[in-house]
Design a binder for this molecule. Structure first.
Ligand code: GA4
Length: 324
C-alpha cells in the first residue's frame, strides 16, 4: 500500500509542476513486510506503519496527559526547564540558537537515569503520566526492535552484527520527545517553522501525532518537500544518521521538518532509538566486507552525539565522518 502526496508548494518552486510522491505504507503483519521496509528505507528513509499493535487507549491517555501538561501556566512548566537537554523547552531547540513555534518535553528513555529537570516534569503531572510514559516507551522499544529485526532478516545481517540488540539492551541511549505546536489565534497568512529541517542522529525514530498536519519530508533530489498527511492511528518510521552509516549509505537518513499553519494545535511524540554510548558505529562488515569501500570512518555513538550537540539543527552532521 502507498499514499500519494503532492509536493508542498510553500517552500518549493511555484513554477515547477512536480509529480506526486508515493509514501510507502507498511503493515508489519504482512508476509512481505521486511522486503517493503528495506525498499522504503533505501528510497525514502521513511514509511508509515499501520496496525502497529500499540493499545489505542494508551495512546489516547498519554496524549491527554501530555496536553494537560502543555496547558499548565508557563510559570509551572518552566520549573522543568530549560532543557539540559532533558526537561521542558519552549521555542529554543538545542543549544545553538535554533528556534521554532514549539514547546516540548524531552525525556531519556531510562527514566531512572534522569536529570532533575525531568523529575520536575513529573512533579507537575499526576503519577499516571509517568506510568503511561514508561509503558509507551516499552512499546516503542518493542516496535523499533521489530522493525530492525525485519531489516536484519531481509539483509541477512549476521547475528554478531545485530542492529536490534542495540536498541533492546538496557544501555541503549534512546529518548522520547513530546512536541506541542500551539494553534494560531488568527488565520495565518504564511506557514511558520515549528521544527526546522534536520535529520535524526539515532538509528530509527517512531513518530506519532494527533490529526493535525505539519510534518514534511524531503524526497527525490533532496530539494522537494512533501506534506505527510497526519494519521493518529499509525506511526511513521524515520531512518536516522546511525542507520545510514551502518548500511554504508544504502539507507537514507531522511531530512524532515514541521511547518505550522493551522488553527488546531499539533501534538506529536517521537521515540528516538539510539545505540549504547560506547557502541562503535561503522558500516556492517557483512554488508560491506572491505574497509576500502566504507564511506564513513568509525565513531562511537558518544562521539557522534557530542559532535551533534555542537551543530545547528539543519547542518549535515555526517560530513565530519565521511571518508574523502
Ligand atoms: C534532532 C532529533 C531529536 O529531536 C534530538 C534533537 C536534539 C535536541 O533537541 O536536543 C538536537 C538535534 C536532535 C540534533 C542537533 C542538536 C541536538 C538539537 C540540536 C540542535 C533530541 C536529537 O537527538 O538530535
Amino acid at each position: 500500500m502507498v499514499i500519494m502526496v503532492q509536493p508542498a508548494n510553500v517552500y518549493g518552486n511555484p513554477k515547477c509542476k512536480p509529480s506526486p510522491v508515493i509514501i510507502p505504507v507498511i503493515d508489519l503483519t504482512d508476509s512481505d513486510a521486511k522486503t517493503q521496509i528495506v525498499k522504503a528505507c533505501e528510497e525514502f528513509g521513511f514509511f508509515k506503519v499501520i496496525n502497529p499493535g500499540v493499545r489505542p487507549d494508551l495512546l489516547t491517555l498519554l496524549e491527554q496527559e501530555a496536553s494537560k501538561f502543555f496547558a499548565l501556566p508557563d510559570s509551572l512548566k518552566e520549573k522543568a526547564g530549560p532543557p539540559d537537554p532533558f526537561g521542558y523547552g519552549s521555542k529554543r531547540i538545542g543549544p545553538n540558537g535554533d528556534v521554532g513555534c514549539i514547546e516540548y518535553i524531552l525525556l531519556n528513555a531510562n527514566l531512572s537515569l534522569t536529570s532533575h529537570k525531568t523529575a520536575d516534569v513529573f512533579r507537575q503531572t499526576p503519577p499516571v503520566f509517568r506510568e503511561m510514559v514508561e509503558e509507551y516507551m516499552k512499546d516503542m522499544r518493542g516496535m523499533t526492535s521489530k522493525v530492525l529485526e525485519m531489516v536484519e532478516e531481509e539483509l541477512k545481517i549476521e547475528p554478531k552484527e545485530r542492529l536490534s540488540k542495540l536498541v533492546k539492551v538496557k544501555e541503549s541511549d534512546s529518548c522520547l520527545r513530546m512536541n506541542h505546536y500551539p494553534e494560531k489565534e488568527e488565520t495565518p497568512t504564511k506557514e511558520e517553522i515549528g521544527f526546522g529541517e534536520h535529520t535524526d542522529p539515532q538509528l530509527i525514530s517512531l513518530l506519532r501525532s494527533n490529526d493535525t498536519e505539519g510534518l514534511q519530508i524531503c524526497v527525490k533530489d533532496e530539494t522537494t518537500w512533501v506534506d505527510v498527511p497526519p494519521d493518529h492511528s499509525s506511526f511513521f518510521v524515520i531512518v536516522g544518521d546511525t542507520l545510514q552509516v551502518m548500511t554504508n549509505g544504502r539507507f537514507k537518513s531522511v531530512k524532515h521538518r514541521v511547518v505550522t499553519n493551522t488553527k488546531r494545535s499539533r501534538l506529536s511524540m517521537i521515540y528516538f532509538a539510539g545505540p549504547p554510548l560506547s557502541e562503535t558505529i561503522v558500516p556492517l562488515s557483512c554488508l560491506v566486507p572491505s574497509q576500502d569501500d566504507w564511506r564513513y570512518r568509525g565513531f562511537t555513538w558518544a562521539q557522534y552525539k557530542s559532535s551533534a550537540y555542537k551543530t545547528k539543527l539543519g547542518e549535515y552532521r555526517l560530513g565530519l565522518f565521511e571518508k574523502q
